[in-house]
Write a protein that binds this ligand. Sequence first.
Ligand SMILES: C[S@@+](CC[C@H](N)C(=O)[O-])C[C@H]1O[C@@H](n2cnc3c(N)ncnc32)[C@H](O)[C@@H]1O
Length: 270
Amino acid sequence: MPRKNLTVNRARLGHRIAYALRHPGRVPAYLRRAGRDAWLRYRSPDHVSYYRAVMRSDTARSPEAAVGSPCRARWLALGAMQFDYLVSHGLTPRDRMLEIGCGNLRAGWRFIRYLDAGHYYGIDISPDILFAAQDTVAEFDLRDKRPTLTPVRDLTFAFLPDAHFTVVHAHSVFSHSPIEVIEECFAHVGRILHPSGWFDFTFGRTEGEAHHVLREDFYYRTATLVALAEKYGLRARFMDDWEELPHGQSKIRVTHGSEVAARRYTVSEG
Ligand SMILES: C[S@@+](CC[C@H](N)C(=O)[O-])C[C@H]1O[C@@H](n2cnc3c(N)ncnc32)[C@H](O)[C@@H]1O
């Protein structure tokens, strides 16, 4: 299991120098990435545009690598881990699922196969990775499941219906998001979340200072995200059992904060 280093600040110069001395072979690739990212940031008016450009560049090389898997075997294993965890936490074929930042369906193809037809909805800021997601649907012959795959500019969910989704899932998305993007999601996810639904997301965890590396990888304190969710009437719970799995990030589950909040929405069917 990869051990989480919860106190290190990866943005500090001292850490970066020590890391370079420990792993000299990784320095050229890091410098290339830092140069490319500086150029993309210069050309992009905001974080989402910048990250969309990062995804475009990464997807052109390899869709698997663009979502963080160095090879096909890891891509399959990481998807299975997400899927098994959600099923063991109550995901059923009748759930209506929204996957935020679905990428090329590393876990999504398993959700699509498992859920009733038409019950999977994937959104992503990157059209390029959504093209790769279409390839995944074809590869696993899941056309009859009629998944929806939609590009988005933001996380306001303005085009999605009230109280519709019983499960919202975002794996390795907030680990690439500045706090204002996460806040935008919290401000709006309650509207589309079914009263008894839940929203699971992973995040890069630190118990020190919040920091980021190249504005690609972000690290937050658990308490910061819990408080931010509460600000929008949501209840957030740290998922201890996710920590037992071989994954470098941590997981939080968000639900409606109170009976009253949950009853704000009328629904036809549980
Ligand atoms: C590391 S990949 C993970 C993809 C997928 N969740 C998985 O586990 O394979 C992160 C994905 O989130 C998308 N993404 C990043 N920021 C986003 C945002 N603010 N809204 C929607 N998607 C976002 C990226 O384009 C990318 O496809």
